[in-house]
Design a protein around this ligand. Structure first.
Ligand code: ADP
Length: 471
């Protein structure tokens, strides 16, 4: 099959969160299974662009409101990511460094999709599947079925994967004036709550809808930021496929971003040396359990609960644990997190930045990873932690529920709690501290983690089986 993944992010080209990790790895595994895979994304001005060689494969322009916008499609020459990578540069819209966060984001992703379709409609042979990821590319299933200019594309099957239903890309309905002439009586397909809602539109128009874990799919039927009714009414075409992680990138035995590589034969020593390195870096006492948090500082991740929870935990368990925080996001939360340092100087440190290298070292050197998320469609951090034998402490929701079993349960290896609350976080930190002092138990849990397989092989195949049901 020929499959095109369309996405705003793809690791290592441009990454904001888990979407990039998925689009950087799933296609590679699908290609390995013998299929022909392309990833098409906007050409963000990241270092990847300047460090690699590109061929120009297509140039043209599209009308966009009152002007003509030029675009260029380029292809990375050597397929170094394990699949064909195409980027679309759209003059005036993507000559910027960040993936999102601009006032004209709606226009940016709209011109990206229109440019892509202009290019695709010149191909000799159509691909079998267009797989769109999140709202940024969610108008594609509608556009190919409803714009007269794209009639050659009308039979291509489409799959939408929802990585996060919180973000839907709402925009005024007048933005549809930028589409090439289309079947206006199908206007209702674009609309949700009197707005143009690209995610809702994709749920209505795609041939299949998936999300990134079975539990999150169940949650979406009753809670999906206003489109739960729509998703449940499209239930028959929806399924949850858990994400895998890229075992080639996230492998403690060869990971170049960690100080001491280790495998199942020397993990005790490996964890110890990596922890020692981290503790030296941040001035922590290495005999104490080291907890980490890595992620966007937003409400979905319960980052707003962390300042209070940590303050109480440091009072309740004084000089009994260290906490290292890596993340950025909401400025008010960042400020509060900085404040913790004043009270718990020797035991707490926060790096309020995005730092890929440090994140790997943290997974390798920590004892516990905290993920108290309110919403977690799949969550990758807990899977990286398991791969580096760091015990995940998670709120049982979405993908966290599907991938972490409490050590009190049969075959368990993590710490789970039910409520995204200060109380549950503090209580779980207490459980973790007790567990840490039972080193033989910790060793048993780490050995169990080694046997867990969260690689992409199975899930990549599940997607292919899904494509076959529609192609
Ligand atoms: P989301 O996509 O909701 O942000 P995921 O758990 O699916 O959450 O993926 C988060 C990814 O982003 C992981 O690879 C994690 O290690 C990485 N990450 C998040 N914040 C940072 C940061 N500040 N520095 C380095 N990596 C980060």
């Amino acid at each position: 099959m020929e499959i095109i993944h369309l996405s705003a992010e793809c690791y290592p080209v441009a990454k904001v969160g888990g979407l990039a990790d998925v689009v950087g790895s799933l296609p590679k595994y699908q290609q390995k299974l013998g299929h022909h895979i392309k990833v098409v994304m906007p050409m963000h001005q990241t270092s990847f662009l300047f460090q690699h060689q590109w061929d120009t494969v297509y140039q043209n322009s599209i009308p966009f409101f009152n002007r003509e916008v030029n675009f260029t499609v380029i292809k990375e020459q050597k397929n170094i990511l394990g699949f064909e990578l195409h980027c679309i540069q759209v003059e005036g819209f993507f000559d910027r460094t960040n993936v999102y966060g601009y006032e004209d984001d709606s226009d940016r992703y709209l011109v990206f999709q229109l440019s892509f379709l202009k290019w695709l409609s010149t191909w000799k042979n159509n691909p079998d599947i267009i797989h769109v990821h999140d709202y940024h590319t969610g108008l594609i299933p509608f556009l190919i079925r409803n714009c007269y200019e794209y009639t050659s594309l009308v039979n291509i099957k489409t799959v939408l994967t929802i990585h996060n239903a919180q973000y839907q890309g709402w925009m005024p309905l007048t933005k549809s004036d930028a589409f090439p002439p289309w079947e206006k009586w199908n206007k209702g397909l674009l609309e949700w709550d009197y707005q143009l809602n690209p995610l809702a539109c994709a749920v209505k128009c795609a041939d299949r809808v998936t999300t990134v874990s079975p539990s999150y799919m169940q949650e979406l039927f009753s809670k999906a930021n206003g489109i739960e009714y729509l998703i449940s009414s499209e239930k028959q075409k929806c399924s949850g496929i858990i994400n895998g992680i890229d075992y080639a990138v996230w492998n403690p035995a060869i990971d170049p971003l960690i100080q001491f590589n280790f495998d199942e034969n020397n993990f005790e020593k490996g964890k110890e040396l990596n922890k020692k390195y981290l503790c030296n870096e941040f001035g922590f006492e290495e005999k104490l359990p080291l907890f980490i948090f890595i992620g966007r500082l937003v409400g979905e991740k319960s980052a707003d609960l962390l300042p209070e929870a940590l303050r109480i935990a440091f009072e309740k368990y004084p000089a009994q644990f260290n906490f290292l925080m890596l993340g950025n996001g909401n400025p008010a939360i960042e400020k509060e997190l900085m404040g913790i340092k004043e009270h718990s100087f020797d035991y707490y440190h926060s790096k309020l930045e995005y730092n890929e290298q440090l994140s790997h070292q943290m997974y390798a050197g920590a004892d516990f990873l905290l993920m108290p998320s309110r919403v977690e469609p799949c969550g990758l951090n807990q899977m990286y932690a398991l791969r580096y034998q760091t015990i995940p402490i998670v709120r049982s929701t979405g993908g966290l529920k599907d991938t972490v079993v409490d050590f009190g349960e049969k075959n368990g290896y993590g710490i789970c709690f039910n409520e995204a609350s200060v109380h549950d976080i503090v209580y779980s930190i207490g459980r973790a501290i007790d567990l840490y002092h039972d080193s033989s138990k910790v060793n048993i849990l780490r050995k169990k983690m080694i046997t867990i397989n969260n690689s992409w092989e199975k899930s990549a195949n599940d997607y292919l089986l899904l494509y076959k049901t529609i192609s």
